[in-house]
Design a binder for this molecule. Sequence first.
Ligand code: PLP
Length: 445
Amino acid sequence: MSTLSNSLHAADVAHSIHPYTNARLHEEQGPLIMTRGDGARVYDSEGKEYIEGLAGLWSVAVGFSEPRLREAAMKQMEELPYYHSFAHKANEPAIRLAEKLAEMTPDGLNRAFFTNSGSEANDTVIKMVWFMNNALGRPEKKKFLSRTKAYHGITVASGSLTGLPGNHRDFDLPIIPVTHLTCPHFWRNGAEGETEAEFTARLLTELEETIVAEGPDTIAAFIGEPVMGAGGVITPPQGYWPGVAEICAKYDILLVSDEVINGFGRLGARFGCEKYGFVPDIMVVSKQLTSSYMPLAAIMMNDKVYNAIADNTAKLGTFGHGYTTSGHPVSCAVALENLAILEERDLMGNAARLAPLFQEKLQALASHPLVGEARGVGLIGGLELVADKETKAAFEPAGSMAARVVKHAQEAGLICRNIYETVALCPPLMITEEDVEIIFARLTQ
Ligand code: PLP
């Protein structure tokens, strides 16, 4: 190891605690320090090359070396590095970005509120929905419906919406009123002999029965990722989303589409809700919004939500919510440039064009003795590993085999991610056909 690597390793082990990391194991093995990016590739402090099979954290659409994003950030830094959005203040990039998102997102989602992260955005959604229902004189209508294996963030409230045991255990979550419904994963949760259509019907019945049992007047919103990402890349069964949307509308329950991973072309369509044929009341985007070069998330809402909130601010005198860096001009300038690149280079189209090859390569691994299910859509995929293909029994201890596969893939020069027993892939939207071949060659190796 070089002297620089050595000193960085030592300093990291001495002074940092990492997200989603076993701290004691980290003290033993130290960090993998990335020092450089080039297109779909990143290089560590020893100069080793990796193809980024997860686009960082499902987020770097344009690759790891886009000069236009650097220049957009520098230009904004020079002109106005910071201004806030409180009390009628505004900045040009934030205004332009809200306008751009209103144009790009499905009809009706006309307003944007900016936060720094997806978690903060979902926290804000919860507060907006509560604020709205208090204003409408229905203070009982506060509960959220989510699903097991959902990922909506990690703050106290958004972490409550998340439906993964690792995000609840020993954190005393969930803490807000939320009911987690069955994860819409047919291969894992379908009953013996049940067809996919029957599975969908059963989940929709569960949804409606839950609403009726708990009382429609107590349920404010249903939140879901069109394709679940951090819960293990779970694609919905046929007819699920239109069914959910219909039931939510019937009981006056807001539908929130969490598109933090799905948004901006990941699924081969612009947004997940468009892919699966439903129109949400609220949509949350982040990650590929700036390719994660700068922290930013946006909550898009329709006029029904906006007007209820706006009327209440007129009554109370203010909307008592917002972050110091809401609508940060540098983040918004980078987002605008990133969206311009997505459009000019047709990177969402590129994802759609490469999807058949990517999915074919993924499915080719379905017959591997370790693979229980290969699943995905667009440029996202997961391989769920099993100890026994017949019984679908997972390896013991949970997640151990996927962790081994990911470790070996890393040695072979591929970064991917293990989520419990699933190996997840979600490469940058700018990858080439050759990159897809390399990703699967290294994974297979
Ligand atoms: N929602 C979804 C669907 C996500 O995948 C994530 C992060 O992966 C979040 C919310 C939380 O975003 P953040 O990590 O920026 O807080």
